[in-house]
Design a protein around this ligand. Structure first.
Ligand SMILES: NC(=O)c1ccc[n+]([C@@H]2O[C@H](COP(=O)([O-])OP(=O)(O)OC[C@H]3O[C@@H](n4cnc5c(N)ncnc54)[C@H](OP(=O)(O)O)[C@@H]3O)[C@@H](O)[C@H]2O)c1
Length: 312
């Protein structure tokens, strides 16, 4: 893959930037971890000292020095930086959620097109063989028996439990499980059910949100999302059903770093002429549009909460 990007830099200096993106890039045999950049050059240098590469004074300086960036920053910070990197001709490996509003997500999609670069969104579950094998089996069952009719997914983090690495994450506190765990749940559902056309939602304890999704063609699904489940009440599960029976999502046994290495391989293959990746920023934009429609629905006075339409 002679055209595949080799020199990778990480935008972000937090927990995920160091322990997942950075660690996976440092261990990857086909790429070079050039370094880190964030809003604090001293912190970038400190993380680089621990993980690899060097610290850069600014995101712009790092973008200038690499073929591709991976981004592990709050989503509202990620989106404009991804757009800037793409317009500068750098391939982009972004994390979930792509952005916190549809306009910002649209701009990343436009920038990737304008820059003529490859993009991949790291939807963790979809880079794990236990999950992708199961999805393949579910697709085969649907082909044999008929499309899936419904699904339910509960995704719950426990960021208030002492020692959780995301307890101080400001954007998570502000936007809750809908925007942090919602992308994981949707990444599974959108693999098996058609696009979402309408949503309705209600609130639960603290940040908890319960969502009903109406999919094109008539299937329906439900999500229960939170980041602040009590100790012992976190975790995720999902089931899908239809003429092919009812089936539970399995657990995955690989590490996030192994999955991230696969995402790097997919970005490199796409950049080397493999065509757009199915999990590119367009997929990220689709997820953002659903989450934004849920927010729109929840913002209405309770008496006016009819379904909200997903913007295509
Ligand atoms: N795929 C997955 O399974 C998975 C798992 C975890 C996280 N993630 C994603 O990775 C991304 C980063 O997650 P995280 O947990 O590291 O987030 P975070 O803790 O909220 O923020 C990460 C870092 O971003 C910097 N930052 C915060 N606010 C900023 C601002 N306004 N401007 C510039 N920099 C700012 C901070 O670094 P400094 O204080 O050093 O400046 C912070 O440590 C998120 O999109 C998250 O969804 C994905």
């Amino acid at each position: 893959m002679s055209d595949a990007p080799r020199r990778f830099g990480v935008l972000g200096t937090g927990h995920w930037a160091a322990t997942c993106h950075g660690a996976a890039l440092a261990a990857h045999p086909d790429v070079e971890l050039v370094g880190f950049a964030g809003r604090d050059p001293a912190r970038a240098a400190e993380v680089a000292g621990r993980v690899g590469g060097r610290g850069f004074a600014s995101p712009e300086e790092l973008i200038d020095a690499v073929d591709a960036v991976t981004i592990a920053l709050p989503p509202h910070v990620q989106a404009p930086l991804a757009a800037r990197a793409a317009r500068a001709g750098r391939h982009v490996l972004v994390d979930k959620p792509l952005a916190l509003d549809v306009a910002a997500a649209d701009d990343v999609v436009a920038a990737v097109r304008e820059g003529g670069v490859a993009s991949v969104l790291y939807a963790t579950y979809l880079f794990q063989p236990d999950i992708t094998d199961w999805l393949g089996r579910m697709r085969a069952l649907a082909a044999e028996h008929g499309p899936w009719e419904g699904a339910i997914a509960r995704w719950a983090g426990t960021i208030d439990v002492p020692g959780n690495p995301y307890g101080a994450s400001a954007w998570r506190r502000e936007r809750g499980g809908l925007w942090d765990t919602g992308p994981h749940a949707l990444s599974i559902l959108l693999e098996l059910l058609p696009p979402v056309e309408r949503v309705s939602a209600g609130r639960g304890a603290r940040d908890a949100v319960n969502v009903a999704l109406e999919h094109r063609g008539g299937a329906g699904s439900a999500l229960s999302l939170t980041l602040t489940a009590p100790a012992g009440a976190g975790g995720s599960f999902a089931s899908v059903w239809g003429p092919g029976g009812r089936h539970d999502l399995p657990r995955f046994h690989g590490t996030p770093q192994e999955g991230f290495a696969r995402a790097v391989d997919r970005l490199r293959a796409s950049a080397a002429g493999g065509g757009p990746d199915p999990l590119d920023v367009t997929h990220g934009r689709e997820v953002v549009a659903v989450l934004a429609a849920v927010d729109e629905h929840l913002a209405r006075p309770v008496a006016e909460r009819t379904t909200a339409v997903v913007r295509g």
